[in-house]
Write a protein that binds this ligand. Structure first.
Ligand code: ASP
Length: 329
């Protein structure tokens, strides 16, 4: 139902006393007050389906998007069978499993950890950084010391299979992240709750056999994840170096701010990466990047460079996998 101008002024006066009237157009204000498809949660790759289920438990009970995305990504983080996130993650070339994660809420509170070892739920450490420290990012040993001080327990990672695979890899010692083969793959999750608020989380073990200390896009706010509660949210997967190069998730949100649909915003960001790759005389076939995005109306979309990227969406119609459209056809 369309709101009359008088309703708009009434709402402005009541609901947003602190917001100057000229900040939003009437249409924007309507969207902020009444997104159509909520709650909703989206996450990257096949493991997104199970992760969405956990997030949906929170969302369907009118919980906060922030709690939903944390609960959601904790599912693959805690699953030793997932070889690219959390507990089951593959190591770097020195045989150390180092994890990256970040989280962002509807008030632009942010928290992040990078190169964190021994802790199976880096997303919860990132949330603790956000809520319990004056900082936004902790790395390496500092992140570990902080996690331990918060009661997180050290766990042993590298099981026999992981160790054997790593030893096999050492024989050739050839570092070339393989496109769409599950030796990286991040879970990025973005959600809107029934109050219409957005949050996001992103967590990964990064590129298998990376240099020790390498950090990808996933724990970097604006690269692997970005949320603007007036506009929408986006998250990324794929070759983190390329996503960082264009501040990818922030770019996707800005492109939505300028009127692009979530899918078009993701496509424009992917095309920018492609352009830079060509400019730098690199082969497009050597990289994969994918974005998913959600706007304030509950519309969503994705785009990636090469075929093979998919994502999971859970809304009031159910939980399903969607294949992303892509550029290199
Ligand atoms: N973006 C992750 C990284 O660069 C990996 C991935 O999502 O495939 O660490």
């Amino acid at each position: 139902m369309k709101k009359s101008r008088r309703d708009f002024i009434k709402l402005s006066a009541l609901g947003a006393a602190a917001v100057p009237l000229n900040v939003f157009s009437k249409n924007e204000f309507d969207l902020i007050l009444s997104p159509k498809n909520k709650p909703i949660v989206l996450s990257t790759w096949n493991f997104g389906l199970k992760a969405n289920e956990a997030a949906w438990e929170v969302l369907k009970n009118n919980g906060r998007a922030l709690d939903a995305v944390e609960a959601g990504v904790k599912v693959p983080e805690g699953d030793p069978m997932q070889r690219t996130v959390g507990l089951g993650g593959r190591p770097d070339r020195d045989g150390r499993v180092t994890l990256d994660a970040c989280i962002m809420d509807e008030l632009s509170n942010i928290g992040s950890v990078a190169s964190l070892e021994y802790i199976s739920h880096p997303i919860s450490v990132a949330r603790a950084v956000m809520e319990k420290t004056p900082h936004v990012m902790l790395v390496g040993d500092g992140a570990l010391q902080f996690a331990l001080s918060q009661g997180f327990k050290k766990e042993s990672f590298m099981n026999e299979q992981t160790k054997n695979e790593w030893k096999e890899w050492l024989k050739k010692n050839d570092y070339k992240p393989v496109v769409n083969i599950e030796n990286h793959d991040t879970i990025g999750m973005i959600a809107m709750d029934s109050a219409g608020n957005l949050s996001g989380a992103c967590t990964t073990s990064g590129m298998a056999y990376k240099m020790h200390g390498r950090v990808g896009d996933s724990p970097i706010i604006g690269a692997g994840l970005y949320v603007d509660n007036e506009i929408g949210a986006a998250t990324a997967t794929g070759h983190g170096e390329e996503v960082i190069r264009i501040a990818g998730s922030h770019l996707v949100v800005e492109l939505m701010r300028h009127g692009n649909s979530p899918k078009d915003a993701c496509k424009l960001a992917v095309e920018r990466i492609m352009k830079l790759q060509l400019l730098r005389n690199k082969n497009l076939k050597d990289i994969q990047v994918g974005f998913i995005a959600l706007n304030k109306k509950g519309e969503y979309g994705a785009y990636c460079l090469q075929s093979g990227f998919n994502y999971a969406v859970n809304d009031n119609t159910g939980n399903k996998m969607v294949d992303s459209d892509y550029s290199l056809k």
